[in-house]
Structure formats: C-alpha cells, structure tokens
Design a protein around this ligand. Structure first.
Ligand SMILES: Nc1ncnc2c1ncn2[C@@H]1O[C@H](COP(=O)(O)OP(=O)(O)OC[C@H]2O[C@@H]([n+]3cccc(C(=O)O)c3)[C@H](O)[C@@H]2O)[C@@H](O)[C@H]1O
Ligand SMILES: Nc1ncnc2c1ncn2[C@@H]1O[C@H](COP(=O)(O)OP(=O)(O)OP(=O)(O)O)[C@@H](O)[C@H]1O
Ligand SMILES: [Mg+2]
Length: 246
C-alpha cells in the first residue's frame, strides 16, 4: 500500500470508528507539532465536524502557538485557544504537599499534570459536542511508551499508531502541512527546551530503523529497550481479577 492509499484508508477507518462510537464529530488538541498536524488533516478529509483545541501552558513557545494556528488554518479546521496555565497553577499550588523535592522527577510529574489537564479539556469539549477525542501517538511513541498515561495517551482512537515517525513526516508533506511544522524538532513542550530525542536518549531515526527490523547501535538498542520495558502497563488495559465471588 502506498502512503497515499494508507491515508485514504485512515480517513475511512476514522469514520468507521466515529460511527462505532455513535459520535457526531471529532475533537483534537493542536500543538503546532507534526503528529497533531497530520491527524487534523486526516480528520478534515472525513467531512465530519472537527473541533481543534490549542491548549498552551507557560512552557508552550509563542512559535508553537503560531504554528498550531497555521496548521488549523491550512487544514480549514475550527479552533479554540484556551490556556491551561490558570488551572495548572492552582492545581500545583494546592497539591504541593504531595510532591517530593526531586528536581528531575518534578519536571516529569509537572509535565504529566499538564498533559492530563489537556485530556480533561478535550473530553469536556468532546462531551459537549458529542464527539470523540482523537489521539496522535505514532509507532515510535507507542513502542517506547513516550506519552503520559491518561494524558495525551487518554484518547478514544489512535490513527497513527502503525506509522513510524519518518512516515508521519512523509504523510505530513503529502497532506500539505506547513513547512515550519515539518522542519522543527519533535517536542512534548512540557518544559523549556525539552525535545523528545534528548529526553529519550535515542533518535527517531534509530527508533524507526529498529521498527523496520534493522540492527541499530548497542547504545540505541539499550535506550529503546529501557523505554519499552518500563511502559508495558501503558499498552494494556488495567488488569482486572478473573475470579468472581460466585
Ligand atoms: N512499572 C511501572 N513503572 C512506572 N509506572 C508504572 C508502572 N506500572 C504502572 N505505572 C503507572 O504509570 C505511571 C507512570 O506513567 P506516566 O504517568 O505516563 O509517566 P512517565 O512515563 O514517567 O512520564 C511520561 C513520559 O512521556 C513523555 N511525554 C509525556 C506527554 C507527552 C509527550 C509527547 O511526546 O508529547 C511525552 C514525558 O516527557 C515523560 O518522559 C505511574 O505513576 C504509575 O501510576
Ligand atoms: N499546546 C498544546 N495544545 C493542544 N494540544 C496539545 C498541546 N501540546 C500537546 N498537545 C496534544 O498532545 C499530543 C502529543 O504531543 P506530541 O508532542 O507527541 O505531538 P505533536 O506536538 O503533535 O508532534 P511533535 O512530535 O512534532 O512534537 C499532540 O499531538 C496534541 O494533540
Ligand atoms: Mg509536540
């Protein structure tokens, strides 16, 4: 199957899922990054109503917000911008006694709170519009578990999950995603200067090579295995006991 044919398949698949859920449309967070840009363009091709939400925090760059608007405009998608900063600040302040004073983990914990506040916002919008929440995880993120459980991972459908990062970029070019988005380094934007590749300690090129079944450097394999092995729980439903009382 060519990538163009795969895009057509995804558009059809999305519509099947929407009907399965009995929903009227789709809701998606638009970050200014490549994954959400590709998904927005696929959603617009379904012809069903799509609501894009731009949900910046204090760690979101002005460039990302501008790129998010450019993505929505070029795809013809309706957007609403709503900052998660006020709720984030209130949450972090009132929950302060819960957090340990450990700088490195604080970054991740605070980042996960942001990702989960976005999830809450997307689900409120979706319920209001009888829509489903569309996720943007790709095969590389899925394998490494590089997402927040019940944050950006808390969605109704994950259309890109069989696509390597290189294929997401290729699809982006095919769908006419703005050049600025195609050119920038993938980032979760959860803290200043964060890039996916720096945090994971392995490049998307190496993760993609691994996913293509190729041999990668020992160091890259070590990092991929590290992230894969710590994230099994994210790729399954919460375990439930099989036995009943009677
Ligand atoms: N074996 C186990 N080891 C660790 N945690 C386990 C667990 N089993 C269940 N858990 C549960 O899972 C939780 C940890 O998972 P989680 O909360 O997801 O936290 P975690 O995987 O530590 O952090 C999320 C990672 O994804 C990255 N991220 C997040 C959001 C967006 C993006 C992006 O690319 O845009 C990237 C973020 O930078 C960070 O590296 C634990 O608090 C626990 O409740
Ligand atoms: N500021 C934001 N506003 C709205 N949605 C966001 C924001 N930040 C993250 N998201 C949502 O979380 C998803 C996961 O973020 P992720 O960084 O993995 O993807 P991306 O930003 O679309 O692509 P890239 O890999 O280029 O960063 C986004 O695709 C988007 O749906
Ligand atoms: Mg991003």
């Amino acid at each position: 199957m060519t990538l163009q044919q795969y895009a057509d398949y995804l558009v059809e698949w999305l519509e099947q899922q929407r009907h399965f859920y009995g929903a009227k449309g789709y809701v998606i967070g638009i970050s200014g990054g490549i994954d959400s840009a590709v998904v927005v363009n696929l959603l617009m091709k379904t012809g069903a109503p799509v609501q894009g939400l731009i949900l910046p925090s204090d760690t979101t760059s002005a460039q990302d917000i501008a790129d998010a608007y450019a993505v929505a405009e070029s795809a013809g998608c309706a957007v609403i911008e709503a900052s998660i900063s006020p709720s984030y600040r209130t949450f972090m302040q009132s929950m302060q006694p819960l957090f340990r004073d450990d700088a490195e983990r604080q970054n991740v914990i605070a980042g996960n709170v942001q990702a989960r506040l976005r999830m809450i916002t997307l689900y409120a919008a979706a319920q209001n519009q009888q829509a489903i929440v569309v996720g943007t995880d790709n095969a590389a993120e899925w394998h490494t578990g590089y997402f927040t459980k019940y944050g950006d991972g808390g969605v109704d459908v994950v259309p890109l999950v069989q696509l390597r990062k290189e294929q997401v970029f290729e699809l982006g070019r095919l769908l006419g995603v703005p050049q600025a988005v195609l050119d920038k380094a993938p980032s979760a934007g959860l803290w200043q200067g964060q890039t996916d590749e720096d945090e994971m300690g392995v490049s998307y090129a190496e993760i993609d090579a691994f996913l293509r079944g190729e041999t990668v450097s020992a160091q890259a394999q070590k990092q991929i295995d590290f992230w894969y092995n710590r994230s099994h729980h994210k790729r399954m439903l919460a375990p439930a006991p099989q036995k009943m009382v009677e």
